[in-house]
Design a protein around this ligand. Structure first.
Ligand code: PNS
Length: 165
Protein backbone atom coordinates (compact mmCIF):
# COMPACT_ATOMS: atom_id res chain seq x y z
CA UNK A 1 0.00 0.00 0.00
CA UNK A 2 1.38 3.42 -0.91
CA UNK A 3 1.20 5.92 1.94
CA UNK A 4 1.94 9.55 1.22
CA UNK A 5 2.83 11.94 4.04
CA UNK A 6 3.19 15.69 4.07
CA UNK A 7 5.90 17.21 6.27
CA UNK A 8 4.92 20.89 6.51
CA UNK A 9 6.85 23.81 7.91
CA UNK A 10 8.57 27.10 7.27
CA UNK A 11 12.11 25.64 7.08
CA UNK A 12 13.78 29.04 7.50
CA UNK A 13 16.29 27.42 7.42
CA UNK A 14 16.26 23.63 7.13
CA UNK A 15 18.07 22.14 10.16
CA UNK A 16 19.58 18.74 10.79
CA UNK A 17 16.59 18.08 13.04
CA UNK A 18 14.31 18.44 10.00
CA UNK A 19 16.66 16.31 7.91
CA UNK A 20 16.61 13.61 10.59
CA UNK A 21 12.79 13.53 10.73
CA UNK A 22 12.51 13.41 6.93
CA UNK A 23 14.98 10.56 6.60
CA UNK A 24 13.23 8.63 9.38
CA UNK A 25 9.94 9.29 7.57
CA UNK A 26 11.26 7.72 4.37
CA UNK A 27 11.49 4.41 6.25
CA UNK A 28 7.79 4.51 7.07
CA UNK A 29 6.07 6.29 4.19
CA UNK A 30 6.30 5.55 0.50
CA UNK A 31 6.52 9.27 -0.27
CA UNK A 32 7.25 12.30 1.90
CA UNK A 33 6.31 15.70 0.57
CA UNK A 34 8.29 18.44 2.30
CA UNK A 35 5.75 21.26 2.05
CA UNK A 36 7.11 24.75 2.64
CA UNK A 37 4.52 27.28 3.73
CA UNK A 38 4.40 30.38 1.55
CA UNK A 39 4.29 33.67 3.46
CA UNK A 40 4.51 32.18 6.97
CA UNK A 41 6.70 35.00 8.22
CA UNK A 42 6.63 38.53 6.93
CA UNK A 43 10.42 38.70 6.66
CA UNK A 44 11.97 35.25 6.36
CA UNK A 45 15.77 35.12 6.21
CA UNK A 46 15.73 32.74 3.25
CA UNK A 47 13.49 33.38 0.26
CA UNK A 48 11.05 30.69 -0.79
CA UNK A 49 13.23 29.87 -3.82
CA UNK A 50 16.29 29.48 -1.58
CA UNK A 51 14.45 27.22 0.87
CA UNK A 52 13.12 25.03 -1.95
CA UNK A 53 16.55 24.82 -3.60
CA UNK A 54 18.26 23.93 -0.30
CA UNK A 55 15.78 21.16 0.52
CA UNK A 56 15.89 19.77 -3.05
CA UNK A 57 19.69 19.72 -2.98
CA UNK A 58 19.91 18.09 0.45
CA UNK A 59 17.42 15.37 -0.58
CA UNK A 60 18.57 14.90 -4.18
CA UNK A 61 19.52 11.28 -3.49
CA UNK A 62 16.21 10.41 -1.83
CA UNK A 63 13.77 9.39 -4.60
CA UNK A 64 10.82 9.26 -2.18
CA UNK A 65 11.27 12.86 -0.97
CA UNK A 66 9.57 15.64 -2.88
CA UNK A 67 9.86 19.36 -2.05
CA UNK A 68 6.89 21.60 -2.76
CA UNK A 69 5.33 24.84 -1.52
CA UNK A 70 1.81 25.44 -0.31
CA UNK A 71 -0.48 28.15 0.95
CA UNK A 72 -3.92 28.07 2.50
CA UNK A 73 -5.05 25.28 4.79
CA UNK A 74 -2.58 22.45 5.27
CA UNK A 75 -5.30 19.77 5.26
CA UNK A 76 -6.61 21.04 1.91
CA UNK A 77 -3.12 20.82 0.45
CA UNK A 78 -2.63 17.33 1.94
CA UNK A 79 -5.97 16.17 0.50
CA UNK A 80 -5.07 17.54 -2.95
CA UNK A 81 -1.78 15.65 -2.81
CA UNK A 82 -3.45 12.39 -1.77
CA UNK A 83 -1.65 12.34 1.61
CA UNK A 84 -3.14 10.37 4.49
CA UNK A 85 -0.67 11.66 7.09
CA UNK A 86 0.88 14.90 8.29
CA UNK A 87 4.28 14.40 9.91
CA UNK A 88 5.37 16.73 12.69
CA UNK A 89 8.52 16.54 14.76
CA UNK A 90 8.25 16.61 18.55
CA UNK A 91 11.41 17.76 20.28
CA UNK A 92 10.30 18.30 23.85
CA UNK A 93 7.21 18.51 26.03
CA UNK A 94 7.15 22.25 25.30
CA UNK A 95 6.30 21.49 21.64
CA UNK A 96 3.43 19.26 22.63
CA UNK A 97 0.68 21.72 23.54
CA UNK A 98 0.77 23.65 20.28
CA UNK A 99 1.27 20.52 18.20
CA UNK A 100 -1.64 18.81 19.96
CA UNK A 101 -3.89 21.80 19.22
CA UNK A 102 -2.87 21.84 15.57
CA UNK A 103 -3.30 18.08 15.20
CA UNK A 104 -6.81 18.16 16.67
CA UNK A 105 -7.81 21.19 14.60
CA UNK A 106 -6.54 19.50 11.46
CA UNK A 107 -8.38 16.31 12.46
CA UNK A 108 -11.59 18.30 12.84
CA UNK A 109 -11.05 20.01 9.48
CA UNK A 110 -10.35 16.71 7.74
CA UNK A 111 -10.91 13.51 9.76
CA UNK A 112 -9.38 11.45 6.93
CA UNK A 113 -5.89 12.81 7.54
CA UNK A 114 -3.93 11.86 10.65
CA UNK A 115 -1.01 13.63 12.27
CA UNK A 116 1.96 11.41 13.03
CA UNK A 117 4.48 12.74 15.55
CA UNK A 118 8.07 11.69 15.17
CA UNK A 119 11.00 12.28 17.54
CA UNK A 120 14.34 13.36 16.13
CA UNK A 121 17.59 11.80 17.36
CA UNK A 122 18.43 13.08 20.82
CA UNK A 123 21.28 15.33 19.65
CA UNK A 124 18.84 17.41 17.61
CA UNK A 125 16.17 17.92 20.25
CA UNK A 126 17.23 21.47 21.16
CA UNK A 127 17.66 22.79 17.61
CA UNK A 128 15.22 25.22 16.08
CA UNK A 129 15.47 27.40 12.96
CA UNK A 130 14.98 30.47 15.16
CA UNK A 131 17.93 29.60 17.43
CA UNK A 132 20.15 28.77 14.46
CA UNK A 133 19.51 32.19 12.94
CA UNK A 134 20.11 33.98 16.23
CA UNK A 135 23.31 32.10 17.13
CA UNK A 136 24.77 32.47 13.65
CA UNK A 137 23.94 36.18 13.42
CA UNK A 138 25.77 36.72 16.73
CA UNK A 139 28.88 34.86 15.56
CA UNK A 140 28.23 31.44 17.15
CA UNK A 141 29.05 28.13 15.47
CA UNK A 142 26.23 26.06 14.03
CA UNK A 143 28.26 23.33 12.33
CA UNK A 144 26.70 19.91 12.72
CA UNK A 145 23.32 21.47 13.45
CA UNK A 146 22.38 22.40 9.88
CA UNK A 147 23.32 20.90 6.49
CA UNK A 148 26.62 22.28 5.13
CA UNK A 149 24.75 24.01 2.33
CA UNK A 150 22.72 25.96 4.89
CA UNK A 151 25.92 26.98 6.69
CA UNK A 152 27.38 28.23 3.40
CA UNK A 153 24.24 30.20 2.64
CA UNK A 154 24.22 31.67 6.16
CA UNK A 155 27.82 32.86 5.65
CA UNK A 156 26.80 34.54 2.41
CA UNK A 157 23.92 36.24 4.21
CA UNK A 158 26.28 37.53 6.91
CA UNK A 159 28.64 38.91 4.24
CA UNK A 160 25.77 40.72 2.57
CA UNK A 161 24.37 41.95 5.90
CA UNK A 162 21.10 40.03 5.60
CA UNK A 163 21.35 38.43 9.08
CA UNK A 164 21.60 41.73 10.94
CA UNK A 165 17.90 42.53 10.60
O1 PNS B 1 7.66 25.23 10.77
P1 PNS B 1 6.43 25.65 11.50
O2 PNS B 1 6.39 27.17 11.57
O3 PNS B 1 6.28 25.01 12.85
O4 PNS B 1 5.16 25.16 10.62
C1 PNS B 1 3.85 25.57 10.95
C2 PNS B 1 2.84 25.05 9.88
C3 PNS B 1 3.30 25.47 8.48
C4 PNS B 1 2.76 23.54 9.93
C5 PNS B 1 1.45 25.66 10.21
O5 PNS B 1 1.58 27.03 10.38
C6 PNS B 1 0.41 25.40 9.11
O6 PNS B 1 -0.01 24.29 8.92
N1 PNS B 1 0.02 26.46 8.38
C7 PNS B 1 -0.91 26.36 7.27
C8 PNS B 1 -2.25 27.01 7.60
C9 PNS B 1 -3.13 26.06 8.38
O7 PNS B 1 -3.53 25.02 7.91
N2 PNS B 1 -3.44 26.47 9.63
C10 PNS B 1 -4.24 25.69 10.54
C11 PNS B 1 -3.37 24.74 11.34
S1 PNS B 1 -4.30 23.93 12.59
Amino acid sequence: MSTIAVYPGTFDPLTNGHVDIISRGTRIFSRIIVAILVNAEKAPLFTMDERVEIARTVFKDYPSVEVDTFNGLLVDYAERRGAKAIVRGLRAVSDFEFEFQMALMNQRLNPGIDTVFMMPAEQYTYISSRLIKEVFALGGRVNGLVPELVEERLRTKVRTGATSR
